[in-house]
Design a protein around this ligand. Structure first.
Ligand code: CTP
Length: 211
């Protein structure tokens, strides 16, 4: 099977030395890539800037911005049977990227931000992806409700819901606990464990649904 996986944060430049980003380490997406490779699958990993080693045998596409990730996904999605969007893509970017370093002037500085491309939301509608589509939902409240809503709005087969208000799991940590949300309101809780163990479970779940 061929999987496309997005991972890590994106960086949205303000000027040549500054950018907006988030706390994603890329660990969950990389763990999914490692798990898929270990099962003998072909993996295209589209990754934002992370400090993790490149998984052996992966087809790695390194990107920085949401726009670059969007373009990379567009270019590689049609050959995949499964697409897992684990990246923490910035929802907004600076409306203007200054070509010169922004100098201190007034006491306050207001930044105007504009929406980035919704990559997961484009998979079905714009890219015409017909394979198994997995999204992630990082929420601080109403976890299942928001995840089920995302599942329906973006045409996902599965949303991996992540309660990011819980300390010690999720963003930037090596452990996580998630709830798998499926169409029709079906849910499966995967309790706290290493991201490697969780990735193997998620992958097993997906492959069982496909055979
Ligand atoms: N995602 C994406 N492109 C974006 C933003 C998010 O592909 N520009 C993907 C992430 O990889 C993840 C899921 O969408 O799989 C996370 O969705 P989120 O940004 O939380 O979705 P929204 O429905 O926009 O929800 P919110 O209102 O919480 O931002």
């Amino acid at each position: 099977m061929h999987l496309l996986i997005t991972a890590g944060p994106t960086r949205e430049p303000l000027d040549p030395v500054r950018y907006l980003t988030n706390r994603s380490s890329g660990k969950m997406g990389y763990a999914l890539a490692e798990a898929a490779l270990a099962e003998g699958h072909e993996v295209t990993l589209i990754s934002g800037p992370v400090t993790l080693p490149e998984p052996a045998g992966v087809q790695l596409v390194s990107v920085e911005t949401a726009r670059q990730m969007f373009e990379a996904v567009q270019a590689h999605l049609s050959s995949a049977q499964v697409a897992i969007f684990a990246a923490a893509v910035a929802d907004y970017r600076p409306a203007i990227t200054s070509t010169q370093k922004i100098k201190k002037q007034s006491e306050t500085l207001t930044l105007e931000l504009e929406r980035t491309e919704d990559i997961l939301g484009s998979a079905r509608s714009l890219f015409g992806f017909r394979g198994y589509l997995v999204g992630f939902a990082a929420e601080t409240e109403k976890l299942i409700e928001h995840a089920q809503d995302k599942l329906a709005r973006k045409g996902c087969d599965l949303v991996v819901a992540n309660d990011v208000s819980q300390p010690g799991i999720g963003f930037d940590s090596s452990e996580n606990a998630v709830t798998l949300c499926l169409p029709g309101g079906e849910t499966h809780v995967l309790p706290q464990q290493s991201k490697a163990a969780l990735a193997a479970e998620i992958l097993r779940f997906v492959t069982h649904r496909l055979i």
